[in-house]
Design a protein around this ligand. Structure first.
Ligand SMILES: [Cu+2]
Length: 144
């Protein structure tokens, strides 16, 4: 007969219950909210560095860490997209996933010449995308 320590037993119990502590809470998106690029569209050609303006309607902007209903902050995806799994957890922070946790609504970007994809994703106060996700269309631009 196998015996488990109390800690081991509670871990097993957590696993059996689906480990709810490991799930991130997603915030519901308000109806009619939309995220979009204001000054860029699919197929545009730009010279680096270039300005990107982030559009948001039907919601407000709040800095990261501030939990306020119907607000979030922008994230810019560069040459990448979020998988279905990634859309349910805090957005990564690296060269391809930029956070604008200060509540910024524009940025200057420097990219090497060639084609690049850009997409905006709104995250809640804890950097988790909304449900359903609030994303701009994915656009492809050419940097001259
Ligand atoms: Cu963020």
């Amino acid at each position: 007969m196998t015996t488990y320590s109390p800690v081991r037993r509670s871990l097993l119990l957590a696993l059996m219950l689906g480990a709810p502590a490991m799930a991130f809470a997603q915030t519901a998106a308000p109806p009619n909210a939309a995220v979009y690029f204001i000054n860029l569209k699919d197929g545009d050609a730009v010279s680096s560095p270039f300005k990107i303006q982030f559009g948001l309607s039907g919601m407000g902007i709040a800095p990261a860490g501030v939990e306020k209903p119907n607000t979030g902050h922008h994230h810019l995806l560069i040459d990448t997209t979020l998988s279905a799994e990634e859309l349910k957890q805090p957005i990564a922070t690296d060269d391809k996933h930029k956070h604008f946790g200060g509540g910024q609504t524009e940025t200057m970007l420097t990219l090497p010449p060639g084609k690049h994809t850009l997409q905006l994703v709104l995250g809640d106060w804890s950097h988790v995308p909304f449900n359903p996700p609030l994303m701009s269309p994915l656009i492809t631009i050419t940097v001259k």
